[in-house]
Ligand binder design. Structure first.
Ligand code: 5AD
Ligand code: SF4
Length: 445
């Protein structure tokens, strides 16, 4: 028997959905009498892990081993997130320091499992009931200016490199009304921007009547006090005409679309089971840009997928140039156990992968800088989300998700109008124009 923990710390890795899950676990533990702390001295540490690439999983285990409190004792350790889902009870063998293992669909049981650990057990729950957790979590209360809201989980696309369909399960959407109610609660709790989250967020379909993401966005746009709506991550195959139309019609929907392409080579896209070609992807973007000409596009890329030749890679550079990404994430291919690509022939040598990643990242940085430079001198509204390092400096986001550094006495959560003065690949500098009166956008839902 050990004591029940009084304090807890949640460390989230990986994607924004993990950040969201981390917040919900935090609210749940707090509702069960525990206090959140940022200190290393927490009685309970929840490692909310990511399994998407090998390094992320290794990092989780090395973190588990290193956790110690100031007096040298070990905290109670909960392994959560996608590594927990993938490893299940194995995790307890791999590390003696893991006290409990809880998957992304079971974390509503965390308080009960913590009590089981205190009673001397090492519980594991990686069941995947269909979104049962949401009904068992406490309602949202407080929120920062920019909040995440999970609307959909899981993935049916089965890209051949990806573990998500195995760790997060099949595509499943939360009920429409629950999402609107959560959005309302987040806005009442202080949110001015909401990012709708899903592994395949644009595959959202309400279980009752199949209402899609477009309708959800139009409903949420009606909430007074909510200024900005975003959504991520989308699959090109699910960019419906209705969703594209929403980009042209709902002013609160920010002109920013994260639409991963992964590769510019049709041969590789086929081997990845991506269900789109380079050309069909570009045609989708043409439609999006016709609806919302000022939209910024961001993407994900994988270099060194098995069998990728120099020619395939050059096709990727070509699509980067054709799209002109405002921002992007790029990764070296990492074989994940159990995925079809892990047993494909034609592994790309490490030094070739390194070199391609560098070339790709240089090219992407050029495009980000070009995009950012094109916004110099513009009058933009930013949502302040954090303090800068210099005294009096604050940082806020533009509609295109660029960070602008500005000297102002505005507070986190304020919307202020700035004129941008200079650009770097990852940020902009700006000067204050005047405090924004109310909203930077009108509803057209
Ligand atoms: N190796 C490298 N990158 C991957 N991603 C997903 N699986 C892998 C993998 N096995 C990348 C994709 C995806 C992003 C979230 O992570 O680019 O869009
Ligand atoms: Fe993974 Fe592909 Fe599903 Fe995205 S669409 S989560 S990359 S399987």
């Amino acid at each position: 028997m050990t004591d029940l923990p009084l304090t807890f710390r949640i460390k989230s890795f990986g994607c924004q959905m993990n950040v969201y899950d981390g917040e919900r676990m935090s609210e749940l533990l707090a509702a069960n009498g525990m206090t959140a702390t940022a200190s290393d001295d927490a009685d309970l540490v929840v490692l909310n892990t990511c399994h998407i690439r090998e390094k992320a999983a290794d990092r989780a285990y090395s973190d588990v081993g290193r956790l110690k409190r100031k007096d040298g004792s070990r905290p109670m350790v909960a392994l959560a997130g996608c590594v927990a889902q993938a490893e299940g009870a194995e995790a307890k063998k791999r590390s003696q320091s893991v006290d409990l293992v809880v998957g992304p669909q079971a974390y509503h049981r965390l308080p009960e499992m913590v009590a089981q650990v205190a009673a001397g057990q090492r519980p594991v729950d990686t069941d995947m009931p269909a979104i049962a957790k949401f009904g068992a979590l406490p309602p949202r209360r407080r929120s920062g200016p920019s909040a995440f809201l999970t609307v959909q989980e899981g993935c049916d696309k089965f890209c051949t490199y990806c573990v998500v369909p195995y760790t997060r399960g099949a595509e499943i959407s939360r009920p429409f009304g629950d999402i609107v109610a959560e959005a309302q609660a987040l806005v009442e709790g202080g949110a001015r921007e909401i990012t709708l989250l899903g592994q395949n967020v644009n595959a959202y379909a309400d279980g009752q009547d199949g209402s899609g993401l477009d309708l959800l966005i139009r409903f949420i746009a009606r909430i007074d006090g909510l200024e900005r709506i975003r959504y991520t991550t989308s699959h090109p195959a699910d960019m419906t005409g209705a969703l594209i139309a929403a980009h042209g019609e709902v002013d609160k929907l920010m002109p920013y679309l994260h639409l991963p392409v992964q590769s510019g080579s049709d041969r590789i896209l086929k081997a990845m089971n991506r269900s789109h070609s380079a050309d069909s992807y570009l045609r989708t973007l043409e439609k999006v840009r016709a609806a919302r000409p000022d939209i910024a596009i961001s993407g994900d890329f994988i270099v060194g997928f098995p069998g990728e030749t120099e020619k395939d890679f050059e096709d990727t550079l070509a699509i980067v140039d054709a799209v002109g990404y405002a921002s992007a994430y790029s990764f070296k291919y990492s074989p994940r156990p159990g995925t079809p690509a892990a047993s494909m022939e034609g592994a790309v040598e490490a030094h070739v992968m390194d070199e391609r990643l560098q070339r790709l990242q240089r090219r992407l940085a050029e495009h980000s800088l070009t995009f950012n430079r094109a916004t110099i001198g513009k009058d933009l509204t930013i949502l302040i989300d954090r303090k800068g390092r210099l005294p009096g400096q604050m940082i806020g986001k533009t509609q295109w998700l660029q960070s602008v550094f500005v000297e102002t006495d505005a507070k986190i959560g304020d919307m202020v109008e700035v004129t941008t003065t200079h650009a770097l690949p990852n940020s902009l500098g700006g000067i204050l124009r005047r405090p924004a009166s109310q909203s930077d956008s009108k509803v057209a839902a």
